[in-house]
Design a protein around this ligand. Structure first.
Ligand SMILES: Nc1ncnc2c1ncn2[C@@H]1O[C@H](COP(=O)(O)OP(=O)(O)OP(=O)(O)O)[C@@H](O)[C@H]1O
Length: 313
């Protein structure tokens, strides 16, 4: 499907704080490239001022806006998507992305390149797809929700990036080694699953190092935790890792997940559901599109084909 330029103006919502402040100059560059291509009339720049501001901005855009471009990391993209989801479906602009983050998993799932210029080419080429959005306890996510080891890693990367300035796979692996060798824990949970591979409601009660609930295939900087996940299949893809794995074996499984080659391991379990109710015995570390989520009880569902997104080639 091609985006018709007559479908509305472009709003660029940019996080100047993304990637340790690189978002500020990335916003200037993207704005100047967009202005050159569509003119002042066709475009507006909105800079976020604080966490969650992007959600409020996206929810309250003028109806003349047909495409919202999120410039930042996965957290910012998720916040913009959440704002769009607050609008009625027939007043929901398309979402484009300019990835300026540490992981950029959602852009990868959409096939949008990391270069600002080429991401803008994608926006203006206007190839769209209609994708699923996940929801947990009323919060939306577009790529990943997870608990346990990997969430502890994701949250550790936020603090470590500020401290060391590192990004990408190196940042993720440093956090992973720290969590695996110093903080490896097991989390007891019960999951009630509806839909997916079996029609009947089913219950899984087990202990796991981690549990990921994915809309897209990757997290943590292109780790293919659920390699079979598709953005538009109407399903949540689950992956959980059960005991007993020592730190070295767990590290080997994690590294295999970089290429999606962990799935044959007997400690790794995959499932699919359209709805999932999760109860943990104790509060685990949790992340939703890279941001913290807290609690022990999570009601999760997939809202099928609810968001139009701009994709790469
Ligand atoms: N103006 C702002 N000042 C400070 N923080 C902001 C601002 N705008 C948004 N944020 C917050 O910054 C956090 C990180 O944003 P973002 O995802 O864009 O970048 P990142 O963390 O560098 O990338 P990644 O999510 O890939 O790790 C989010 O929690 C977001 O709410």
């Amino acid at each position: 499907m091609a985006l018709d330029p007559s479908c509305g103006r472009i709003a660029l919502i940019a996080n100047p704080a993304a990637q340790n402040g690189r978002g500020a100059w990335a916003a200037v560059e993207a704005a100047s490239l967009l202005r050159a291509r569509v003119g002042d009339e066709g475009f507006q720049l909105l800079l976020t001022e604080r966490p969650r501001h992007a959600t409020a901005l996206a929810a309250s855009l003028d109806p003349s806006v047909g495409t919202v471009v999120a410039l930042g990391g996965d957290g910012l993209i998720s916040e913009v998507a959440a704002g769009l989801m607050e609008r009625p479906v027939d007043e929901r602009p398309a979402l484009g992305v300019i990835p300026v983050g540490s992981g950029n998993d959602y852009a990868a799932s959409l096939g949008v390149p990391a270069s600002i210029g080429r991401a803008i080419d994608c926006v203006l080429a206007g190839r769209t797809a209609v994708v699923d959005v996940g929801r947990v306890n009323g919060r939306y996510f577009v790529e990943t929700l997870s608990f346990g080891l990997d969430a502890a890693i994701a949250l550790d990367t936020v603090e470590r990036r500020v401290r060391t300035g590192r990004t990408g796979t190196r940042l993720y692996l440093e956090s992973a080694v720290d969590q695996l060798f110093r903080h490896l824990s097991i989390y007891d949970f019960t999951a009630r699953l509806t839909g997916g591979d079996a029609a009947a409601m089913r219950t899984v009660s087990t202990a796991a190092y981690l549990l990921a609930v994915q809309i897209g295939p990757t997290y943590g900087g292109h780790f293919r935790i659920c390699p079979g996940a598709e953005l538009d299949d109407g399903l949540l893809d689950l992956c959980y890792a059960t005991p007993h794995l020592g730190p070295w074996k767990a590290l080997a499984v994690l590294l295999a997940a970089k290429g999606g080659r962990h799935t044959g391991n007997r400690h790794i379990h995959l499932d699919r559901a359209s709805r999932l109710v999760l109860d943990f015995a104790e509060e685990p570390p949790g992340q939703i599109d890279g941001e913290k989520i807290e609690g022990t009880h999570f009601e999760i569902d997939c809202i099928p084909r609810s968001l139009t997104v701009i994709v790469g080639k």
